[in-house]
Ligand binder design. Structure first.
Ligand SMILES: CC(C)(COP(=O)(O)OP(=O)(O)OC[C@H]1O[C@@H](n2cnc3c(N)ncnc32)[C@H](O)[C@@H]1O)[C@@H](O)C(=O)NCCC(=O)NCCS
Ligand SMILES: Nc1ncnc2c1ncn2[C@@H]1O[C@H](COP(=O)(O)OP(=O)(O)OP(=O)(O)O)[C@@H](O)[C@H]1O
Length: 234
């Protein structure tokens, strides 16, 4: 199985690119969705976070008040680190299960959309790595427009991540999403071509079909060996 890493900065356009993958039949594991699930009321992640940050971060219905927790952690690196440390194990196992489900369904190429792919050191599991880059001013404007936040709040969120310029140096493929959606779709055609190239032997071995072939080969090998061995010992 080919595990493609998709990352970038906040509001750089990862979800927009993810949607293009999905419309071309390539499934996407969205780490933000997994992170939402592991913070739902009553889950292990929720319990840890409530005991670390207190009940003040809860809404009246007991769910985490996400904008409130966001304001706390995006303006305070120590608190952000605490939140990351508490949720990381739940997020990684959530991503693993989502991948396993796709593996069992027989998908040969899947995309992991993980905003903190490099920060969480998950880049070593993915190849190729796609970074959706955007120029800093456009990123700020798109973030403020999408989330209806102040400039300070948006800038805090951008500063909470590794710089996009550094991320692009670690990419196999860079998508420059500073232009229009039409520009993005045009670049996406080349990305799709790269990502859907025939699998390498290692990638094939990691796919469900590859694992099945290895298993069948082992069984056939053992049967032949036993037949030859039995014939010789007669
Ligand atoms: C702080 C929380 C509650 C704020 O929720 P909110 O709904 O406002 O934002 P949302 O989850 O949609 O995230 C929006 C974007 O913020 C960025 N972001 C989220 N968490 C972090 C973080 N810990 N550090 C840096 N950037 C982050 C990502 O680019 C993400 O795409 C939430 O982001 C959270 O639980 N974060 C910790 C979990 C995490 O690390 N998520 C990223 C998945 S790898
Ligand atoms: N090329 C583009 N032109 C104009 N707007 C765009 C373009 N690409 C994305 N956008 C808009 O910019 C905003 C951010 O894009 P998107 O939500 O895809 O970013 P993201 O990287 O997934 O963000 P996050 O890290 O918060 O999940 C959205 O409102 C989206 O519609």
């Amino acid at each position: 199985m080919r595990i493609v890493g998709l990352t970038g900065g906040i509001a750089s356009g990862k979800s927009t690119v993810s949607n293009l993958f999905k419309t071309h039949g390539i499934p996407v594991v969205d780490a933000d969705l997994v992170a939402r699930d592991v913070l739902k009321k009553g889950t292990g992640g929720w319990k840890k976070v409530v005991s670390a940050f207190g009940e003040d971060i809860l809404q009246p219905d007991g769910e985490v008040d996400r904008p409130k927790l966001g304001q706390i952690v995006f303006s305070n690196p120590e608190k952000r680190q605490i939140l990351n440390r508490l949720l990381a194990p739940y997020i990684s196992s959530g991503i693993f299960w989502e991948m396993l489900k796709l593996w069992m369904k027989g998908f040969k190429v899947i995309v992991l959309d993980v905003p903190l792919l490099f920060e969480a050191k998950m880049d070593k599991w993915t190849k190729p790595i796609i970074v959706v880059w955007v120029d800093p001013e456009t990123q700020l404007q798109r973030l403020m427009l999408r989330d209806r936040t102040s400039e300070d709040d948006a800038q805090n969120r951008i500063n909470a991540q590794m710089s996009l310029d550094l991320k692009r140096t670690r990419a196999d493929i860079v998508i420059d999403n500073t232009g229009s959606l039409e520009d993005l779709k045009e670049q996406f055609q080349n990305v799709l071509f790269e990502v859907t190239k025939p699998l390498t032997w290692t990638e094939f071995g990691l796919s469900r079909q590859g694992a099945a072939s290895v298993l069948v080969s082992i069984i056939v090998g053992v049967l032949i060996f036993r037949k030859v061995y039995n014939t010789e010992s007669l």
